[in-house]
Design a protein around this ligand. Sequence first.
Ligand code: ARG
Length: 386
Amino acid sequence: MTVNQPASAGAVDGVADGVADAAEAVEFLRLFHREAGQPFPLADRIARVRRQISRTGTYRQTAAELTFGAKVAWRNHTRCVGKLYWRTLVVRDARHLQDPAEIGADLLDHLRLAGNGGRIEPVITVFAADEPGRPGPRLANPQLLRYAGHRRPDGTVLGDPATAALTDRARALGWDPGPPGPFDLLPLLVDVPGQPGRCVDVPRELALEVPIRHPAHPELTALGLRWYGFPTVSDMQLQLAGLTYRAAPFTGWYVGTEIGARNLADRDRYDLLPAVAAALGLDTSSERTLWKDRALVELTAAVLWSYRQAGVRMVDHHTASDQFDRYTQAERRAGRTVHADWAWIVPPLSPATTALYHQRYDDTVLLPNFVRQTRPGDGDGRPGSP
Ligand code: ARG
């Protein structure tokens, strides 16, 4: 296989050249040895890893190291309220795949397994790490399931404005969505350095889409909103034991507010609060009627009710906050400090009703972890804000 160094490799994200960081590797091995169920000869393993790194610039993790490391990366992540479940993460090892078509097929397997017919399971699939002179595969999608943002001639966007740039790129690679709509699932864009980008369609049934209905307000149901069943973040790199995995998509289940109080509501996303307020017959003549607040509550209630009706796992923000509390207690019992980024774990709706709001957390980012990696032209999200 030909190996090309794309212009973007290296430099970005502080990952210089695919050379494994021996100090990070050793630190991780000590942690693994301390915490792992089955002890192993630590000094031997450290010596072997150091030797491999000095000889080849990198080393190969054992399956057990990868599995434990991915779980701890979740535990260490400061921007996740769902960490109570970190031990249950299912880790799929796809490090051997280099062919974009095989990677695409494996991603569809990931979606099938994680979606689990609606009983969403936390799943991560780890593709090849960067190696010296050979960066690993990468996914251009921010999540494996995401809706397109079609640019209109007048500069507005039909669908999700956050994916407008990705939608452009998918079209350039030959993707044809048919007549554009607000909820068109984007194809997967798999980038293997040295090979042309590959576009893989996602069969609609894998997305477990949920039509958003309101139990008491048919006018809200009539808006025809929908959302896909579960998020699978696919643009963060897993930094684990001195290695960098650029493609390591991970699935969790949704908190209702992510959809009802952000994706469908944010001004720079679907911006639906005015439409929802109209559907609910709210008085929008003044900010003081709190029509935005009322619309947020009813939209989020509709999301929660609809997912329950559809049999797709989802948690409300109050329960998520309680779960984070339980996680906090468990971590303290284990003698560990909880690391969290307050602005990211506090819900965007009724924040002060949750215990999280009244706490302060240490937001130090430990390794292993999931680290944001940006690429020019992504157009997804605002780095640094929830
Ligand atoms: N906030 C993102 C979204 O609304 C998903 C991020 C991951 N969320 C999760 N519950 N695991 O699509």
